[in-house]
Ligand binder design. Structure first.
Ligand code: ADP
Length: 400
């Protein structure tokens, strides 16, 4: 019987899942070997859902459009995924489920086995991540309803940053606010942890140095990592801060929020919607939140949105290098970072002052190392795998 771990990453309108087979020969020694069986997602939840699954080689196993239907929520999707997996892999035995949970607050700084008490505490953190946390928890509840005896593990996007120095976590507010949890947490920690693990394994000399990892996806952030530990991050209290993103504004003078409230007649909910869903690449360009569409567009505002995206990355890169008093390596990852040679080229061109010399051809062909031999600061291209990181943590927590 195939023993497997289910990994879930639930967003507001999507449910991504991965299934990893756990080979049995080394069970019990904390070294279970994980092999990707299938990776899929249901997106368009709430509008027109689309279900797709691929195997480990990227071969499509299923592709289906469903008619819009309001009963299609995370619980419904999970049932469909479960039915599909049981049909596809007869006799599959799930040993546990691992979840991406965006916020662990000040208390949860490592992956952990879930129980009703912990789930309640994670619900209390919803105001800190209103657009992510409720959906993460909905998936956890849906799994519990479907299979109450299945053990579930939460992996937090904030956890990797937990040990940053206080100065990196602080805002210039009265200190009492910091003690109440109003501080910089940082996100995308599962991705940064995965990249750090790859560096440690494949490039130990680089891993021991001062690195900035640029996670450039629809959500985007950057992290200064020194000797494998997070030193500073471009994201702060919420996943809104820092870089320009697909639909999120990135860093903003807090005075702008006051002005919108006091003079533009927007209420808190409208501002939330503006900053999370109508800003970023989409807001500036008016064309799309998708970097591919902007790179293909000749609209002047699409080009301006790209210019500002690159400008913000350059500025954060300088700030993060300063937080480590130097820079040895830059790593690109996630959708844009992994796939867009053009964005990498533009970022590196603006970072020559940091000792970065891009190797044009290696960049175009997407090699692991994309800097010139002799570049004072090396540049790397490493695909992230948050799902594998979650599966590893899940196995650890379950003693598999
Ligand atoms: P998410 O934060 O949703 O996980 P991803 O990491 O999948 O996002 O990244 C999505 C982004 O990556 C989109 O803006 C998409 O346009 C961009 N992207 C994917 N492939 C390319 C490409 N070949 N060139 C430029 N951008 C790309």
């Amino acid at each position: 019987m195939t023993k497997a771990i289910l990994v879930l990453n639930a967003g507001s309108s999507s449910l991504k899942f991965s299934v990893f087979e756990l080979t049995t020969h080394d069970h019990g020694r904390g070294q279970g070997h994980l092999h990707l069986l299938a990776k899929g997602k249901i997106d368009g939840i709430g509008s027109t859902p689309h279900f797709s699954v691929k195997d480990h080689q990227g071969v499509s196993l299923a592709k289906e459009h469903w008619a819009a239907n309001e009963i299609i929520d995370h619980a419904y999707c999970l049932k469909e995924i479960s039915t599909f997996l049981r049909q596809q892999y007869q006799g599959i035995d799930f040993l546990g489920a691992g979840h991406r949970v965006v916020h662990g607050g000040t208390k949860y700084n490592a992956p952990l086995l879930l129980n009703p008490g912990v789930i309640k505490e994670l619900e209390d953190l919803i105001p800190l991540a209103p657009l992510h946390q409720p959906h993460n928890l909905a998936a956890i509840r849906a799994v519990a309803a479907l299979n109450p005896s299945l053990r579930q593990v939460a992996c937090f996007d904030t956890a990797f940053h937990h040990r940053q120095e206080t100065v990196a976590q602080l805002f210039g507010l009265p200190y009492a606010y910091f003690e109440r949890g109003i501080r910089r947490y940082g996100f995308h920690g599962i991705s940064y942890e995965y990249i750090s693990s790859v560096l440690k394994q494949q490039l130990p000399a680089i891993a021991a140095g001062k690195i900035v990892i640029a996670h450039l996806g629809n959500g985007a952030s950057m992290c200064a990592v020194q000797d494998g530990k997070s030193v500073a991050s471009s994201m702060g209290f919420t996943a809104l801060d820092g870089l320009l993103m697909g639909t999120r504004s990135g860093n903003l003078d807090p005075g702008v929020v006051l002005y919108l409230l006091q003079h533009e007649g927007l209420n808190a909910q409208e501002i939330e919607e503006l900053l999370y869903k109508r800003s970023g690449l989409l807001g500036i360009s008016g064309v799309s939140s998708d970097m591919r569409a902007l790179l293909d567009s000749s609209a002047p505002l699409a080009q301006l949105a790209i210019d500002y995206f690159v400008h913000r990355i350059s500025v954060e890169l300088g700030a993060l290098a300063a937080s480590m008093n130097g820079l040895d390596a830059l790593v690109f990852t996630a959708g844009i970072g992994e796939n867009s040679a053009e964005i990498r080229r533009r970022v590196c061109l603006k970072a020559q002052w940091l000792g970065i010399q891009l190797h044009q051809q290696a960049n175009e062909t997407g090699e692991l190392c994309i800097s010139q031999h002799g570049s004072r600061t090396s540049v790397w291209l490493i695909p992230t795998d948050e799902e594998l990181m979650i599966a590893r943590h899940t196995c650890e927590q379950l003693g598999l």
